[in-house]
Design a binder for this molecule. Structure first.
Ligand code: FE2
Ligand code: FE2
Length: 174
């Protein structure tokens, strides 16, 4: 797959991340965790902005040299999109508790980390460094979610998964 097509698809996933957290920030906007949900939404907005920059860089690269292919499979991307659609539907489900919501967000992040790690390795120019820097900051993103989990009384149940996610992040970017 051509790099621009791949980056555009990955940018789209981050765009959906903004909307996913916006839904949750609106649903739980009156509680103690409102600020944290909004923070997650802003984090996704910053991810989206970085992908926009990556697209710009890839675009410039296009004029100055051959554009590489990325070993991204359109079927895998379609599968990823379906997975996100299912999470979005659950985020909008009536009766969703905040404990359910934070588990859902964790599932979102469990998809996002390997996805961004994959594309970071193929990003052109300064894009790779920017994406890796973005991933380093994911520790804070996970901390915000863990704090929501604590407020919602779901922290103990979700701790092993947060730890696994953090371990995977550290292994890849530290
Ligand atoms: Fe993101
Ligand atoms: Fe995220």
């Amino acid at each position: 797959m051509e790099i621009m097509t791949a980056l555009e698809a990955f940018r789209g996933f981050e765009r959906r991340g903004i909307d996913f957290y916006r839904i949750l920030a609106e649903r739980f906007g009156d509680g103690k965790s409102a600020r944290l949900w909004r923070e997650c939404m802003n984090t996704e907005a910053s991810h989206h902005a970085i992908f926009m920059l990556c697209l710009d860089w890839a675009h410039m690269w296009r004029w100055t040299g051959p554009k590489p292919d990325v070993p991204a499979d359109p079927e895998d991307l379609a599968h990823e999109a379906e997975g996100l659609t299912a999470l979005e539907a659950e985020a909008a489900r009536p009766g969703l508790t905040e404990g359910d919501a934070v588990e859902l967000a964790l599932r979102w992040e469990e998809r996002e980390l390997p996805r961004v790690l994959f594309i970071a390795g193929h990003a052109p120019g300064r894009g790779k460094g920017q994406l890796l820097a973005m991933l380093k900051e994911a520790e804070e993103h996970y901390k915000d979610l863990e704090e929501v989990a604590r407020i919602a009384g779901a922290a103990d149940a979700l701790r092993p998964r947060f730890e696994a996610l953090r371990a995977r992040l550290r292994e890849a970017v530290v």
